[in-house]
Design a binder for this molecule. Structure first.
Ligand SMILES: O=P(O)(O)OC[C@H]1O[C@H](OP(=O)(O)OP(=O)(O)O)[C@H](O)[C@@H]1O
Ligand code: HPA
Length: 189
């Protein structure tokens, strides 16, 4: 399992965003094109390891959406997207997100106290995004049954777990070393 995913990640080009070494890959960017086999495989692995006793899958825009869609199709569980767009709907909650190379506001809609959720995103790196979201979702009274970051870059998972007390399920751990993606482990190893 995950051999194609590992190969694809290892061949990711690295681009600089300021000082930040940003890898470009189908999972995290949709560039180059995603092989559906790879997406199916990732969805299967999440399916196997995550707690799916949930009401909703919650995707983070933009690059959690395809992962949530694949999981939703495989499980028949509905998904909702935490958007970068503000709608001004009643109950909409704004969250400030800061990453290693930028920041923006995120907007939470259609999540209600007591609902059980799986939160999914493509990458955890500085942890800024997941920390802000987990804290807000808990304040809103949501029960986070699983938090999935398909790719764990550097110390992202530990940072989030230390700051929130919530476990992060990561499928592949990697780092960017000397201008290359180095895979450190996968959940299947
Ligand atoms: O752990 P962090 O340092 O917070 O980084 C992780 C976040 O960065 C990326 O999002 P980005 O804001 O680039 O948006 P995108 O999904 O629209 O590419 C990624 O999709 C995560 O949401
Ligand atoms: O290096 C990265 N590549 C793609 N997406 C990301 N999100 C945070 N860091 C990265």
């Amino acid at each position: 399992m995950l051999e194609e995913v590992k190969k694809s990640l290892e061949s990711s080009p690295i681009v600089k965003k300021g000082d930040y070494n940003y890898f470009v890959n189908p999972i995290s960017d949709g560039v180059p094109a995603m092989d559906p086999k790879m997406l199916r495989e990732l969805s299967l692995v999440v399916h196997k390891h995550a707690d799916l006793d949930i009401d909703k899958i919650v995707a983070v825009e933009a690059m959690g959406i395809h992962l949530a869609t694949a999981l939703s199709l495989a499980t028949d569980i509905p998904f909702v997207v935490i958007r970068k767009r503000q709608y001004g709907l009643e109950g909409e909650k704004q969250v400030y997100q800061k990453t290693g190379y930028g920041s923006s506001n995120l907007y939470i809609n259609d999540l209600h106290p007591g609902e059980k959720i799986l939160l999914i995103d493509d990458v955890v790196s500085t942890g800024g995004t997941l920390i802000a979201l987990i804290k807000t979702l808990e304040d809103l009274g949501l029960e986070i049954k699983s938090t999935v970051a398909v790719i764990e870059k550097g110390e992202g998972k530990e940072i989030v777990e230390k700051e929130t007390g919530v476990e992060v399920l990561s499928i592949i751990k990697l780092d960017v070393i000397d201008g290359k993606v180095v895979i450190e482990k996968t959940i299947e190893d």
